[in-house]
Ligand binder design. Structure first.
Ligand SMILES: Nc1ncnc2c1ncn2[C@@H]1O[C@H](COP(=O)(O)OP(=O)(O)OP(=O)(O)O)[C@@H](O)[C@H]1O
Ligand SMILES: [Mg+2]
Length: 307
């Protein structure tokens, strides 16, 4: 398998003097081609910082980041902006479509910026807009679309250049539960139909359960990770809930945030075990410790075992 992304021992400090925040603390991870990875963890654990340093919006304080084997941490600004345009796709919480362009013009914009061939651009526009179910909306302006349609258009724009990596920070943050699920189906079809490699930050365990793999951050480090394998989405959802409860702290949700689908919050099946520990995971709470999601106490005794 080809490694698309390698984050090696990255530390990021913000501020200076006596008010220094260590947002990332020697974090290492890698993402393989075609993987759909979710990044979860309590507020302030470093999720957005991680995405920003990978996106080269922010510079690391130490360590290195490689995308398709190229060291981003060594590139100069001019080289970086071309690299960002050609190799990365972005989906943010707020759709970031340009209001004065039609939806079609927005989607095709990254290809126009690289002066791609017109016929090829039209073909690619047709292909991605059909796959992402926005083909009927191309002549409208973003203001005439629903939140879900706008976010699907933003996804189409993110993948039209076949980027090495799609970065998404809370892409469902402004959507209701139905549209959030639809957007996750969209992410999965981007992943399947176009082989997109996706790294997505989310607070929502239902959203996270659509990914192939979930990384949990705590205090600027990877604290745990889980793989979907061939398990159902509900099973992954339950495991995310269990890990988040063990993770404790402020929980995986922002205060007052509701999970998408209370109906999937079934109890953990007997015998389910969650592994945590390993390199960089010292200090993980014992099973059953810590506050659960949304401030509820989670008693996982007997269900979460340290492996
Ligand atoms: N521009 C900045 N200046 C100073 N400190 C910052 C800055 N950006 C982030 N931090 C600090 O770095 C840490 C990690 O922040 P980050 O935004 O990455 O967290 P997060 O996991 O994305 O949180 P949330 O879930 O609330 O979005 C926090 O302690 C935060 O206060
Ligand atoms: Mg954030």
């Amino acid at each position: 398998m080809e490694k698309v992304l390698e984050v090696r021992n990255v530390t990021k400090y913000y501020g200076g003097g006596s008010v220094v925040a260590k947002a990332l603390d020697g974090i290492s991870l890698s993402v393989e081609k075609g993987e759909f990875t979710a990044v979860m963890g309590p507020s302030g654990s470093g999720k957005s910082t991680l995405l920003n340093v990978i996106a080269t919006i922010d510079r690391v304080s130490a360590g290195e980041i490689l995308l398709r084997g190229k060291r981003l941490t060594e590139m100069k600004e001019k080289e970086l902006s071309v690299f960002r345009r050609d190799q990365l796709g972005f989906v943010f919480q707020e759709y970031n479509l340009l209001d004065t362009l039609t939806v079609g013009e927005n989607i095709v914009l990254p290809l126009n910026l690289r002066r791609a061939d017109y016929q090829e651009s039209r073909k690619k526009l047709e292909q991605v807009s059909e796959a992402l179910e926005v083909a009927d909306q191309l002549d409208k302006f973003p203001g005439e679309l629903s939140g879900g349609q706008r976010q699907r258009a933003a996804c189409a724009r993110a993948i039209i250049t076949d980027p090495a990596l799609v970065l998404a920070d809370e892409p469902t943050g402004a959507l209701d539960s139905r549209n959030s699920k639809k957007l996750m189906e969209t992410f999965r079809s981007m992943n399947r139909a176009f082989g997109s490699t996706i790294l997505m930050v989310t607070h929502d365990p239902v959203v996270g359960s659509y990914a192939d793999r979930v990384l949990f951050l705590k205090d600027g480090k990877v604290w745990n990770e889980l793989y979907r394998g061939d398990r159902s989405r509900q099973a992954v959802y339950r495991e995310i809930m269990a890990v988040s409860a063990a993770l404790g702290g402020e929980g995986a949700f922002m205060e007052g945030e509701e999970p998408l689908a209370a109906e999937t919050a079934a109890p953990m099946p007997e015998g389910t075990s969650v592994c945590y520990g390993g390199p960089g995971m010292e200090g993980a709470p014992a099973a059953g410790e810590g506050r659960g999601l949304m401030g509820k106490d989670a008693s996982m005794e007997g269900e979460v075992s340290k492996c």
